[in-house]
Design a protein. Structure first.
Length: 157
């Protein structure tokens, strides 16, 4: 059983209601199309951090966060208080969630690596043979010199 199970339930309820408030009741033309990703409520229910994404990019997200944390915060909090029955309505702090963009970037990097590894597997045996030859040549040269009588693997690190 989780210790903070109640705060997670309240967070999911606030997320559901917050989505409806932003979609149906907020009529500000400056507010773009945003999606509420997660609501994290602190244990004493005094504050809630709302993670959101928007379709305009990071530049637009900063403006949306300023708008939501500024002029619209009181209206949204009041509308939530009318919909959700809590003794204390948490103060809302809107934060842009960049994890979606980071995930897309990582997915793109993985795709590039997979495409690159398909071409690299054809060349891999030739590279290992060349590398093995140069390593053997280097070891032979090192063994003949008196200064390299100790091997690098034997030295403490």
């Amino acid at each position: 059983m989780k210790e903070f199970d109640r705060t997670e339930r309240i967070g999911s309820e606030l997320k559901r209601e917050l989505y409806q408030v932003l979609r149906d009741e907020v009529r500000d033309p400056r507010l773009g199309n945003i999606t509420v990703q997660e609501v994290r409520v602190v244990r004493d229910l005094s504050h809630a951090k709302v993670f959101f994404t928007c379709f305009g990019g990071e530049e637009d997200a900063e403006e949306q966060a300023r708008l939501l944390n500024g002029r619209l915060s009181g209206f949204v909090r009041h509308a939530l208080a009318q919909r959700v029955r809590l003794r204390i309505m948490p103060q809302l702090h809107f934060v842009y969630d960049a994890s979606i963009l980071a995930g897309e970037h990582l997915s793109h990097l993985i795709d590039v690596a997979v495409q690159g590894s398909g071409a690299a597997t054809d060349d891999a045996p030739a590279e290992t043979a060349e590398t093995a030859h140069s390593v053997d040549g280097a070891d032979a040269a090192d063994a003949s010199s008196p200064a390299s009588s100790t091997d690098a693997r034997e030295q403490p690190q």
